[in-house]
Write a protein that binds this ligand. Structure first.
Ligand SMILES: Cc1cc2nc3c(=O)[nH]c(=O)nc-3n(C[C@H](O)[C@H](O)[C@H](O)COP(=O)(O)OP(=O)(O)OC[C@H]3O[C@@H](n4cnc5c(N)ncnc54)[C@H](O)[C@@H]3O)c2cc1C
Length: 334
């Protein structure tokens, strides 16, 4: 493993790979580090076809988008290190990395953090029983490890993650006994909710879990459906109650952050994706939960900005390209 790089990217999801491809395409010696044994971040779990524009791989399944980005990384000679946990960032852009039990210090001229997001949780009696888990954890076990964690699933949360994971559980052979959400309306896209409705899955809004029951593991869940308490026999309760940016490394590094109780920490950054530490950039869900398409554009912008700051991109060209990416981001967000 080389220990000196122009650009080091943490996180091998869509934002991190797009950032590395962009930086390397301007001649920066670039590496990506990711803690997983498979590259792709959230994308490798996604077996459904993505929405959006053709420029952002609409119509491809998530894992296919990851495969394409990874191939581009290889073509651009980006060093991709998997099973590599970045545990800290010291002054002078030194990253602490643990890989296969060995510890390394990596020097980087520029760092791009593309660490994605973490799942939120909620507390209720019985929430610590085996079988109560995040929807993302359920999806990882089902789609990556090929393990179905249970046969009778109660999903809490009707955003896109809750809807998609419920549908994938049905495809994998589980029953979804119900999907509940405290909000008055379904949070995710109608098209995903309609798929569940076609399978006869009941969706209850204005409703939530009161407790999980069981001795060794969850065997039932008590749900408040409006004013009525109802018991569902279940062996998995999935929580899909939002995501929050994974900002730990940015905070360790000393980047200025904001905090809002509903959103968690946010890393302060400018339009070039540069944080308050001028050699450290951010991209993707770490900046706020969005989608793969915006993560890819933010990744490109951070990779370009990092390469520009190293003097690798002609100034006029960099300004023009940054403006183009900014316009694409505005369009996607609109
Ligand atoms: C169920 C579900 C369905 C979705 N469907 C769609 C869709 O249809 N269309 C769409 O556009 N988007 C969709 N998304 C959202 C999309 O997947 C994310 O917005 C996107 O993956 C964010 O990209 P990212 O690169 O910022 O983060 P991620 O993809 O989360 O990648 C971050 C990577 O960083 C790694 N990492 C974090 N910390 C460290 C560390 N300290 N050391 C080493 N590695 C670290 C993580 O393990 C991870 O691999 C979906 C998401 C989910 C969960």
């Amino acid at each position: 493993m080389s220990i000196n790089y122009d650009v080091v990217v943490v996180g091998c999801g869509p934002a991190g790979m797009a950032a590395a491809i962009e930086a390397a395409s301007w001649g920066a010696k670039t590496a990506i580090f990711d803690e997983n044994h498979r590259p792709g971040g959230q994308l490798f779990k996604q077996i459904h076809k993505f929405f959006g524009s053709r420029d952002h791989y609409a119509g491809f399944r998530g894992f296919q988008i990851a495969e394409r980005l990874l191939e581009e990384c290889r073509n651009k000679n980006v060093d991709v290190f998997l099973n590599a946990v970045v545990y800290g960032i010291e002054k002078g852009n030194k990253l602490g990395v643990v890989r296969f039990g060995n510890s390394y210090i990596i020097n980087a001229n520029r760092i791009i953090l593309a660490t994605g997001a973490c799942e939120n949780s909620i507390c209720f009696p019985g929430w610590d029983l085996p079988g109560v888990m995040g929807a993302g954890a359920f999806q990882t076990l089902m789609n990556i490890e090929r393990i179905l964690p249970g046969k009778r699933l109660l999903m809490v949360g009707s955003g896109n993650v809750g809807l998609i994971v419920s549908y994938q559980a049905l495809q994998a052979g589980a029953d979804v006994v119900a999907l509940v959400d405290l909000a008055p309306t379904i949070g995710g896209y109608g098209v995903h909710a309609a798929k569940l409705a076609r399978f006869g899955v009941p969706i209850y809004t204005n409703s939530t879990i009161e407790r999980a029951r069981g001795e060794q593991y969850v065997t039932a869940a008590i749900v408040r459906i409006r004013d009525e308490l109802r018991q569902f026999d279940t062996d998995v309760v999935c929580l899909s109650v939002g995501l929050r940016p994974a900002t730990e490394l940015a905070r360790i590094a000393g980047c200025q952050c904001t905090f809002q109780s509903k959103l968690g920490y946010g890393v302060v950054h400018n339009r070039k994706m540069e944080t308050t530490i001028n050699t450290l950039y951010v991209a993707g869900d770490i900046c706020g939960i969005e989608e793969a398409s915006t993560a890819i554009e933010e990744g490109k912008l951070s990779g370009l900005s990092a390469a520009h700051s190293l003097g690798l991109v002609p100034h006029g060209k960099a300004i023009r390209k940054k403006k183009e990416i900014g316009e694409r981001l505005s369009e996607l967000r609109y």
